[in-house]
Ligand binder design. Structure first.
Ligand code: NAD
Length: 488
C-alpha cells in the first residue's frame, strides 16, 4: 500500500468511445483531502464534450453492438468486469481514498468490494428478465416487451463514487443501455479507471463514457441533453431540484433522484444491549466522517436512559481514531473538501447559538497535516425544529434529542422533509414492527445500523428522492415497456 499511496497520478482525460480524449475544457486541480496536496488534474468537460459523449453513446446504442448483444455475452462481460475490479481492488481503493478521503478499511469493502458485487448481481439478473403475454380475448395476442431505454445519463456524488456509480451503471449496462457518467469534481479518479477496466473486460467502445467536470457546466449539459433518455442521480436535494427543471426545459427525460437524509436513530430504554447500541450508533454516524447518505445523524433517546446512553456513545466516539485514511487503524478519515469542512463547523456554531450543548468534539483537527479533518461531534439538547435537526450536515455531527413516549418518538422522527433511513433499538418485537410501519423512511434498521446489501432496495421517501438503487426493483428504471397488440 505504501507504494500505491505515493504513486504519481497522471493528468486525467475524458473517457469517450473507448479511449482517452483531451476534451475542450480546461484542467482542474484535484486536491487530496489527506493533506491538501495536488494529486493530479481532471478535465472540466465543456458542453461540447458532453454532446460528443452523448452522441457516441447514442450511436453505440443504435447500432446494437451492446443493446442487441446476446444476454449470455453481456453477462460474461459484466462478470469479467467484476473480476477485474476484484483484481485491482487495492489499487482502486487507495486511488479513491487519496481522492475522496474515506478510511481505507471502509473503502475496500464499500468501494471495489461493493462495486464488484453489484456488477455480479446484475450480470446474473439480466437473463432472468422476461416479457409478458397479456390475458387477452382469444383473437388477440398482447405481448409486453422489455427494452433498454437508450442513453442513460448518470451523475454521482463524492462520498462513495465506485459503489454508487456501480449502483447506476451495472443495471443500466446489464439492461443493454449506453451510459454517460459524470462523477463529482472531487471524486472522479476511480470511475475513470473503471471505464478503462470496462473496455478491458470487453465492453464495446462508446457504451460507457465518463465526462468529468463541474456540476454547473458538465452536469448541467448532461441533464439538459436532448440525447439522454433517463437521468439517474445521487446527490443533494438542491441539485436534484435543478435536474427536474432541466428535464422540464429539455426533453422531459425521466429523472430518478437519490437525495439526502436526516435519519433518526431511535433508542428505547428496553433495547437489549445499550452498550452495543451506543457503539454501533457511533459508527452509524461517524464512519467516513459522516459523509454517508443514510447516516443516523439524529439520535432520539428515551428520557430514562438518555444521559447514560449519550455518555456511552460519546465514549465510543472519542475512542474512534480520526486521521490519515490510508492508516489501517483510522476509523474516521478526511472530510472530502474544505468547503464541506467549513459547512460542518458552521452547523456546530449555529447549533450552539440555538441552545444545544457541545458534549463532544466540534472542531477541525490535524490542521498541521494540511488535510481536512474534523473530530466526531455530539450536540445534546437539540430541539426538533433546530437547524441542525432539520438540515443535512453530511459531516461527523450528531444531534441528540430526548423523547418520552412511542408517539413522541415517531412524531420527532417524521418531523423533517427527509425520509431516507432510520434506526430503532428495542427488544419489544411489536414496538419494532410499529416503528417500521410508522417511521417515514426508505429503510428502517432494527437493532443494527447500516449494512443492507444489494438484495434490497435503497431509496427515500419525501424529499429524500423518488427512485431506488439496488435489487431487482432498481432494474425497472433501465427498461421501457413496449406493447405488441396483434390480431390473430
Ligand atoms: P451534490 O448534489 O453537490 O453533487 C452531486 C453531483 O451533482 C456531482 O457530480 C456534482 O458535480 C453534480 N452537480 C452539481 N450541480 C449540478 C448541476 N447544476 N447540474 C448537474 N449536476 C450538478 O452532492 P455531493 O455534495 O457530491 O454529495 C452529497 C449529497 O449526496 C448529500 O446530500 C448526500 O446525502 C447525497 N447522497 C445520497 C445518497 C442516496 O443514496 N440517497 C447516497 C450518497 C449521497
Amino acid at each position: 500500500m505504501n507504494e500505491l499511496r505515493s504513486h504519481p497520478v497522471a493528468p486525467q482525460k475524458l473517457y469517450i468511445d473507448g479511449a482517452w480524449e483531451e476534451g475542450t475544457g480546461e484542467a482542474q486541480d484535484v486536491l487530496s483531502p489527506i493533506d491538501g496536496s495536488r494529486l493530479t488534474t481532471i478535465v472540466r468537460a465543456s458542453a461540447a464534450d458532453v454532446d460528443r459523449a452523448v452522441a457516441v453513446a447514442r450511436h453505440a446504442f443504435e447500432d446494437g453492438r451492446w443493446s442487441r448483444a446476446a444476454p449470455a455475452h453481456r453477462k460474461k462481460v459484466l462478470h469479467k468486469l467484476a473480476d477485474l475490479i476484484e483484481a485491482h481492488a487495492l489499487e482502486l481503493a487507495v486511488l479513491g481514498v487519496r481522492d475522496n478521503g474515506t478510511e481505507i478499511g471502509m473503502a475496500m469493502k464499500a468501494e471495489p468490494g461493493s462495486a464488484a458485487g453489484t456488477f455480479r448481481y446484475y450480470a446474473e439478473a439480466l437473463d432472468k428478465v422476461y416479457g409478458e403475454i397479456a390475458p387477452t380475448a382469444p383473437g388477440i395476442l398482447g405481448l409486453v416487451h422489455k427494452e433498454p431505454v437508450g442513453v442513460v445519463g448518470a451523475i454521482v456524488p463524492w462520498n462513495f463514487p465506485l459503489m454508487i456509480g456501480a449502483w447506476k451503471l451495472a443495471p443500466a449496462l446489464a439492461a443493454g443501455n449506453s451510459v454517460v457518467l459524470k462523477p463529482a469534481e472531487t471524486a472522479s479518479l476511480t470511475l475513470l479507471r473503471l471505464a478503462e477496466l470496462a473496455t478491458e473486460a470487453g465492453l464495446p467502445d462508446g457504451v460507457f463514457n465518463v465526462v468529468t467536470g463541474q456540476g454547473s457546466v458538465t452536469g448541467e449539459a448532461l441533464a439538459m441533453s436532448m440525447g439522454v433518455d433517463v437521468l439517474v442521480f445521487t446527490g443533494s436535494g438542491g441539485v436534484g431540484r435543478r435536474l427536474l427543471e432541466y428535464a422540464a426545459r429539455s426533453n422531459l427525460k425521466r429523472c430518478y433522484l437519490e437525495l439526502g437524509g436526516k435519519s433518526p436513530n431511535v433508542v428505547f430504554a428496553d433495547a437489549s444491549d445499550l452498550e452495543q447500541a451506543a457503539k454501533v450508533s457511533a459508527a452509524g454516524i461517524f464512519r467516513n466522517a459522516g459523509q454517508v447518505c443514510v447516516a443516523g445523524s439524529r439520535l432520539l433517546v428515551e428520557d430514562s436512559v438518555h444521559d447514560a446512553f449519550v455518555d456511552a456513545l460519546a465514549r465510543h466516539a472519542a475512542a474512534m481514531k480520526v486521521g490519515d485514511p490510508l492508516d489501517l487503524t483510522t476509523n474516521i478519515g478526511a472530510v472530502n473538501n474544505m468547503p464541506q469542512l467549513e459547512s460542518n463547523l458552521g452547523f456546530v456554531t449555529r447549533a450552539v447559538e440555538e441552545g444545544a450543548t457541545l458534549a463532544l468534539g466540534g472542531s477541525r483537527v490535524l490542521e498541521d497535516t494540511g488535510g481536512y479533518y474534523m473530530e466526531p461531534t455530539v450536540l445534546t439538547g437539540v430541539k426538533p425544529q433546530d437547524n441542525v435537526a432539520q438540515n443535512e450536515v453530511f459531516g461527523p455531527v450528531l444531534a441528540v434529542t430526548p423523547f418520552t413516549s412511542d408517539e413522541e418518538a415517531v412524531q420527532i422522527a417524521n418531523s423533517t422533509k427527509f425520509g431516507l433511513a432510520a434506526g430503532v433499538w428495542t427488544s419489544n418485537l411489536s414496538r419494532a414492527h410499529r416503528m417500521v410501519r410508522d417511521i417515514q423512511a426508505g429503510v428502517v434498521h432494527v437493532n443494527t445500523y447500516g449494512g443492507p446489501d444489494t438484495t434490497v432496495p435503497l431509496g427515500g421517501v419525501k424529499q429524500s428522492g423518488n427512485g431506488h438503487d439496488k435489487s431487482m426493483h432498481a432494474f425497472d428504471k433501465y427498461f421501457d415497456l413496449k406493447t405488441a397488440w396483434m390480431q390473430l
